[in-house]
Ligand binder design. Structure first.
Ligand code: NDP
Length: 285
């Protein structure tokens, strides 16, 4: 007999405002003809454990966690994937017969988007930023075989701590470089990532304090900021002959990875990309 209940996936967040992931996931499930829903739930930190018990009780396939739950959720899980453990944060939980597995798909989404352009093995990366996004990207790049990673961050202590962590816990060579004014990107870098929040609307006139004449033509230059898709950083990189990778790809690929973990199905990236653009009120380019 056909069930009248949809499978449920969702997000536990707090005060995050409109969550574009709802639009991406729902569009992906609908296009695949799947009877699966994605719900955004406002959960206060003190109620996280109850919310997780509720998700198990209601037979959810899994859920995302946004700030402030990305670290505290770890204590409630049965298993944590290696990359999530190294990142120290979980943004995706898979529920399987009541067993909870934590993953971090922020960095996996970035890697999947990057793989549409190049193989990350052997990359010589420079990452600006040392927050959650930078940490996730640095860990995934290191696990994917990047040969060197340079962390550049406004707050030196934070940047140094991330570089030491990656260098000691993975096979990649990772070091910190102080962010001096008009920062000159090392000539050997072939992957340069803005993993700071600089350039997000409405501050889209802002960009990184970097000497853009030091972009090496042919390098891949990425931005985690999804809106606007072509940030000033990416426009400057493209002008210098680099290949831009927008933050939209990271978001869409993260959703694709989540869906695969929860349902085992590969959803349609194009449909989800259009849904994201519509949800953010933008058109790429
Ligand atoms: P965090 O708050 O953890 O880190 C912010 C980082 O940006 C820090 O390194 C901070 O430096 C740096 N920063 C902020 N302002 C400036 C500035 N004016 N000049 C130089 N550096 C600055 O944030 P997250 O890492 O979680 O998020 C970063 C961005 O990534 C956000 O815009 C977020 O929306 C985006 N993101 C995109 C995803 C996607 O799928 N496209 C997924 C996850 C995040 P300092 O340490 O000195 O404070």
């Amino acid at each position: 007999m056909e069930s009248f209940l949809s499978d449920i996936t969702g997000s536990f967040s707090q005060g995050a405002g409109k969550n574009p992931t709802v639009a991406i996931m729902e569009a992906g499930y609908a296009a695949a003809g799947m009877d699966v829903r994605y719900l955004n739930c406002e959960v206060a930190p003190a109620q996280l454990a109850d919310a997780v018990s509720g998700a198990i009780a209601m037979g959810w396939l899994g859920f995302n966690c946004s700030l402030p739950h990305k670290e505290s959720i770890i204590d409630l899980l049965d298993t944590v994937a290696r990359s999530a453990e190294l990142i120290g944060a979980v943004n995706t939980v898979v529920i399987n017969d009541g067993h909870l597995t934590g993953e971090n798909t922020d960095g996996q989404g970035f890697l999947e988007a990057l793989r549409t352009l190049t193989d990350p093995r052997g990359a010589r990366a420079v990452i600006f930023g040392a927050g959650g996004a930078a940490r996730a990207i640095a860990v995934e790049l290191a696990l994917a075989g990047a040969s060197s990673i340079t962390i550049v961050n406004r707050t030196a202590d934070r940047g140094q701590a991330l570089a030491d962590h990656i260098d000691s816990q993975t096979d990649a060579e990772c070091s910190f470089s102080p962010w001096t004014p008009g920062y000159r990107i090392p000539g050997e870098a072939n992957l340069i990532v803005n993993a700071t929040s600089v350039g997000f609307v409405p501050q889209d006139k802002d960009t990184l304090d970097v000497d853009f004449s030091t972009f090496t033509p042919g390098a891949i230059v990425a931005d985690v900021v999804p809106n606007p898709p072509m940030t000033r950083w990416l426009v400057a990189a493209e002008k210098a002959g680099c290949i831009p990778l927008t933050g939209l790809g990271m978001l869409v690929n993260q959703a694709l990875v989540n869906a695969k973990l929860w349902t085992g199905e590969a959803l349609d990236a194009k449909v989800m990309h259009s849904a994201l653009e519509k949800a953010l009120g933008i058109t790429e380019g």
